[in-house]
Design a binder for this molecule. Structure first.
Ligand code: PLP
Length: 392
């Protein structure tokens, strides 16, 4: 059996930087191997289903579903961003965010266990819930804002939180919930997709797992599906690794390499996109037809107080509601610099009427806007023009 669960080369969060190294420096150098004369800085993708393996099957590289050097570099990079200086953290990459989420839930929970999920999280979670329940896991839910999870923690084995939540942008107090969950013997996993590791480090806030879709701002170009789990409990991470092996939801080497290359510009992208998101939020909320605008970076947003205590950046997603479904559709149609598309975090702005999917408890005119790397003035002008044009 080629399950070199504890011997996977570079897949730890060990890092080579001083603790005060800046995020930009960390991002451009994360996960790079020691320089080797005549070799590239970031080795190219290794396309291999199997590796030469005479004799006893020892790691680090045996079979391509279990380990791959391109993953190892990427896992090292993500670990350095999620948990700088923490050598006890392991990171595993997956084929998608959902593969990563499922790997934690389905490897940690058994029939008879109880899990607490967000009632307002990513819209595929209800499908996960149904599957967990079919396997005999009891599922409780709680909304993200207001730390309502505290009331349903007794007897739970795992608390799953998504903060900021997608698409409502509510925030919960990770430190407080971790303390309460750990006091009851429950593990805590945080979906860190929206914040990215430069915006929030759940493991430093005490969580046991930081899980994310790398499809969004982490890679930021709207051309890769990827996910990861970073965790600090060796036994729990061995179970996550085993889950990846038996389900086989592995990242392709090309995707892993592109993701690693993309991470080198992560700080540039998040700083640009998030600063523009704040500006856009300020402009849009001053408009009479815009209701319920949410952005955790706005000082008077309901999420801001907790967000400012646990986040270092507030994300590139702004949400708001236009008066009617028809108005929202006309607005989206009138935009020229913002693609009407799902997903978020890319360098090209996207927006969608979230209610079109039917899964989120949002008004028909609710719009989730993902702010890209366009010039802020151009983007603001496009949004204001589209608001005007959609009025009629
Ligand atoms: C918060 C959050 N978590 C997880 C996912 C799932 O990620 P993926 O689409 O990479 O499977 C998404 C996707 O939109 C998301 O928004």
């Amino acid at each position: 059996m080629s399950d070199s669960a504890t011997d996977n080369g570079g897949s730890t969060g060990a890092e080579a930087f001083a603790a005060d190294t800046g995020d930009g420096t960390r991002a451009v150098r994360a996960g790079l191997p020691e320089p080797v004369k005549h070799e590239p800085t970031l080795p190219g993708p290794v396309f291999a289903a199997h590796f030469h393996l005479p004799g006893d099957p020892t790691g680090p590289y045996t079979y391509g579903r279990d380990e791959n050097p391109t993953w190892a570099h990427l896992e090292q990079a993500i670990g350095e961003l999620e948990a700088p200086g923490r050598e006890d953290v392991q990171t595993l990459v997956f084929a998608s965010g959902m593969a990563a989420i499922s790997s934690v839930l389905f490897s940690q929970l058994q029939a008879g266990d109880t899990v607490v999920l967000p009632s307002d999280g990513y819209q595929v979670l209800p499908l996960v819930r149904a599957q967990l329940e079919a396997y005999g896991v009891q599922v409780r839910t709680a909304p993200t804002g207001g730390d309502a999870q505290l009331d349903v923690l007794d007897g739970a084995k795992l608390l799953w939180i998504e903060t900021p939540s997608n698409p409502g942008l509510d925030v919960c107090d990770v430190r407080r919930l971790v303390e309460a969950a750990h006091a009851r013997g429950a593990l805590v996993a945080v979906d860190n997709t929206l914040a990215t590791p430069l915006g929030q480090r759940p493991l430093e806030l005490g969580a046991d797992f930081s899980v994310a879709s790398g499809t969004k701002q982490l890679t930021g170009h709207g051309d890769i599906l990827l996910g990861y789990v970073a965790g600090r409990d060796a036994e729990a991470m061995a179970a996550v690794r085993r889950w990846r092996k038996i389900v086989g939801a592995i990242a392709g080497p090309m995707e892993a390499w592109l993701a690693h290359r993309s991470i080198s510009t992560l700080q540039l992208r998040v700083d640009r996109q998030n600063a523009t998101a704040l500006k856009v939020a300020e402009v849009l909320r001053a408009r009479p037809e815009v209701n319920g605008l949410r952005y955790p970076g706005l000082p008077d947003d309901p999420s801001h107080k907790i967000a400012s205590q646990q986040m270092r950046r507030y994300g590139c997603v702004v949400s708001f509601t236009l008066p009617t479904r028809a108005r929202a559709d006309r607005f989206l149609d009138a935009l020229r610099l913002v693609d009407d598309a799902t997903s978020f975090g890319g360098v090209r702005s996207t927006a969608e009427r979230r209610g079109r999917w039917g899964g989120d408890a949002v008004p028909e005119g609710f719009v989730r806007l993902s702010v890209g790397a366009e010039d802020p003035d151009d983007l603001v002008a496009d949004l204001l023009r589209a608001l005007e044009e959609s009025a009629g």
